[in-house]
Design a protein around this ligand. Sequence first.
Ligand SMILES: NC(=O)c1ccc[n+]([C@@H]2O[C@H](COP(=O)([O-])OP(=O)(O)OC[C@H]3O[C@@H](n4cnc5c(N)ncnc54)[C@H](O)[C@@H]3O)[C@@H](O)[C@H]2O)c1
Length: 277
Amino acid sequence: MKNDEVIDNVSGFAMPAASKFDVFNLFCLKNRTVVITGSAQGIGRVAAIACGKAGGNIAITDKDINAAKILEDELKDAGINAKSWELDVVIEDKIIEVFDSISSHFGSLDILINNAGTANRNPAEEMKTEDFEKIIRLNLTSSFICCRTASKYMFKNNKGSIINISSIMGVTGGGPAPNSPYHASKGALVNLTRSLANEWGERGIRVNSIGPTYTKTRLIKELNANKEKLDHIIERTPLKRLAEVSEMAGGILFLASDASSIVTGHTLMLDGGWSAI
Ligand SMILES: NC(=O)c1ccc[n+]([C@@H]2O[C@H](COP(=O)([O-])OP(=O)(O)OC[C@H]3O[C@@H](n4cnc5c(N)ncnc54)[C@H](O)[C@@H]3O)[C@@H](O)[C@H]2O)c1
């Protein structure tokens, strides 16, 4: 029995003791190293801030090293233990080298957030095979390689948490613009999440994903500037708005931390109800 528990005298099961149960501690990431791909901007940047504020050591990785360094300084100024690495996730050897360097620098690699990704909003009938494959490589294959590389460090402690950033487009196929390779990659990421959750559960690694709706980052700059498309998104969304990027923080921190210790293989929709229709 832990010291924040009492034993139920009928079932014999441990129950939390109200006077001692520290509910906010469930979200604490102290002594955990969090690697986030594509974290210089947007949702990855918010993930870095949220996990850093929760006490984690933050490994910022991005192909844009200048922007990553600016975030490193910002996090350090906020009292967060952070360091940045240049990493283009389509380069497999570089993933292996950078994850090794992160693990040596912080002493562990406990949480991976596969965030780097992009879209190609061109009609399917005009899509070149190489352009389709480019999106699959970045959004799906590179995420798999990052999972496989990170698992090596997580197996050492029989503990780890992986979050794949999917999308509402991982569970639906519509939207105001065509985006077929994006839909395909994000849908596959949802099922890759389930697959790895099954393979690695007994070794203590949880694998989950999030499904954001249209979120105010550079990725949707063009959609946001097109009134007709923006109106379509807002009308289609039960909450009748886009997501603020800061609204990704809660779901990410939940899945990264022990607050979700019984959750694996799940895709948490942060979508204003988009997938409820
Ligand atoms: N913004 C949205 O509406 C939205 C919705 C659902 C899902 N997502 C997903 O969230 C993730 C982040 O998107 P965002 O909106 O923050 O985008 P963003 O364009 O604002 O930021 C993407 C970041 O990834 C980096 N990046 C791009 N290619 C990379 C590569 N090959 N290697 C390493 N870093 C790379 C960029 O430099 C940038 O810092 C993506 O996977 C995206 O598909 C976004």
